[in-house]
Write a protein that binds this ligand. Structure first.
Ligand code: NAD
Length: 499
């Protein structure tokens, strides 16, 4: 442990601002070393952050779209040039391997590129002569100060699902990143400044529940975009909406991959390994339940097990396939679930507990773990584990597989593996999940579509980015206008206006 780790401050009014409250340790999960201490905002500091954003809003709202998007283009250029720096910061605090961190930056960058097209996305409609001499047009205007609260597992991409669209649309953003991985947000704040964003338009407020709760109840915060676990998402949605805010709160997940007997089993096995163990399973779109239909389970499980043999677990900077979990608590939670599954009768086909790792120090590692003969009442199935654990459930028919997926309270992502187009078409129609992959295991929508799940995976009705994102960060107005002829006068008519 370094003697005097640096502090990760807030970013308010275009400058680093040291906190006045407590701090929390930031850890390198591959070594277990405390590398920094992050400021935990007090309610007063949260109010200062909102006040700074609110003060910047009128000028930013009135800045021309051309100028606003120039700043977005500049941010994109800088991010392209310096993406490896950001990826390295992500790996150092989250633990995911460098290539995965670079991938998350690239997916976030796609949203920046979407937001560069804001002049087109904000175009309203115009109707000439809706009634004789009467025209109607619509506009969309920014909300004001918008809050973004993000989880630990995507320190750059998840904030980027929201802030490029929000900023391009003319809002001022207060980002409250996860206290486990705070440095990426601060790095991006400095990049915004370099790109020419006026001070106060992008604020980083570090902290935890106290900071969040202040944002949720603050009268000057117009909306809240949250991503995290389901209990906190529900709390954020209920509190934020009770205080009159627009809220989109994305929660946890349990994503099923259904494999039909006609599927290409090598393709399915590759997909299960990539989607189950990539980023150590700490993705909200990770596959954690494999539902195998008919008699192919034995064969598929063997092919998956075979593929885990060569996987290297270790420090994400050393070219390994899989990094550590984010914390010692996360590691213990995951191994606890594996033990509970084993106790309840699941077969541990591949055991990641005590995996040999390529790392120095005391990192938080669990290797790829494959559990077979899992049933729907086991905690390894009912709970979101958020680790590299794949649970295999066997069913006899397609109908049983869909019923199983639909009975689950989560509905973030799902995938079907088959060669049967009719089955695929039926699946995408019947399954109660927001994002569906057909022979694609992690079906994260492109930036120009919208990202979001159903049921306990999303509270609110607006998904992230795409046209729904633009809609979320703007408010509509419709203007009905009449310009009388110079000599004309309107007739008196107290009836209801019709055409
Ligand atoms: P978390 O819910 O613990 O934390 C998320 C954010 O909420 C953090 O900024 C944290 O500081 C804050 N927070 C935590 N407890 C709080 C409380 N009691 N009151 C107010 N704020 C609080 O989530 P996490 O562990 O950082 O992230 C992992 C979770 O996020 C998983 O459940 C994962 O599925 C989910 N996730 C979902 C999506 C999605 O798109 N649906 C994407 C990424 C992650």
């Amino acid at each position: 442990m370094s003697e005097n780790p640096p502090t990760v401050p807030h970013w308010i009014g275009g400058a680093r601002v040291e906190g006045v409250g407590g701090t929390a340790p930031v850890t390198d999960p591959a070594t277990g070393e405390v590398t920094a201490r992050v400021c935990l905002a007090t309610a007063e500091e949260a109010r200062t952050a909102v006040a700074s954003a609110a003060a910047a809003f009128p000028a930013w709202r009135d800045t021309s779209l051309a100028r606003r998007t120039q700043v977005l283009f500049a941010f994109r250029q800088l991010l392209n040039a310096r993406a490896p720096e950001l990826a390295a910061l992500i790996t150092a605090e989250h633990g995911k391997v460098l290539s995965d961190a670079a991938g998350e930056v690239a997916r976030g960058q796609e949203v920046v590129e979407l937001a560069c097209g804001m002049p087109h996305l904000l175009k309203g409609a115009f109707t000439e002569n809706a009634s004789t001499g009467v025209d109607v047009h619509s506009v969309r205007q920014p909300l004001g100060v918008v809050a973004v609260i993000s989880p630990f597992n995507f320190p750059a991409m998840v904030p980027m699902w929201f802030f490029p669209v929000a900023i391009a649309a003319g809002n001022c953003v207060v980002l409250k990143p996860s206290e486990k991985v705070p440095s990426a947000a601060l790095w991006m704040a400095e990049l915004w400044q370099e790109a020419g964003l006026p001070d106060g338009v992008f604020t980083v407020l570090n902290g935890s529940a106290e900071a969040v709760d202040t944002l949720l109840t603050h009268p000057d915060v117009a909306s809240v975009s949250f991503v995290g676990s389901t209990p906190v998402a529900r709390h954020v949605y209920e509190t934020g909406t009770a205080h009159g805010k627009r809220v989109q709160a994305l929660g946890g997940a349990k994503n099923h991959m259904v494999v039909l007997p006609d599927a290409d089993l090598d393709l399915a096995a590759d997909a299960a390994v990539n989607a189950g163990f990539g980023s150590a399973g700490e993705r909200c779109m990770a596959i954690s339940a494999l539902v195998v239909v008919g008699g192919v389970a034995e064969d598929l499980v063997a092919r998956i097990a075979e593929r885990t043999v060569g996987l290297r677990t270790g420090d994400g900077r050393r070219g390994c396939d899989m990094g550590p979990l984010v914390s010692a608590a996360a590691r213990d939670r995951v191994t606890g679930y594996v033990a509970a599954g084993q106790e309840a009768g699941a077969t541990v086909v591949v055991d990641g507990r005590g995996v040999e790792v390529d790392a120095d120090g005391e990192g938080f590692f669990v290797g790829p773990t494959l559990l077979d003969h899992v049933s729907t009442d086991m905690s390894v199935y009912t709970d979101e584990i958020f680790g590299p654990v794949l649970a295999v459930l066997r069913v006899d028919t397609y109908e049983q597989a869909v019923a199983l997926v639909n009975a689950n309270p989560y509905g973030n992502g799902t995938a079907l593996f088959t060669r049967d187009g009719g089955a695929a078409r039926r699946f995408q129609n019947e399954v109660q999940v927001g994002m569906i992959g057909i022979n694609v295991p992690v079906p994260v929508p492109m930036a120009y579509y919208s990202f979001g799940g159903w049921k306990s995976s999303l509270f609110g009705d607006t998904h992230a980015h795409g046209t729904e994102g633009v809609h979320f960060f703007t408010r509509g107005k419709v203007v009905t206008s009449r310009w009388p002829e110079p000599s004309g006068r309107a007739a008196l008519d107290l009836g209801f206006p019709t055409n």
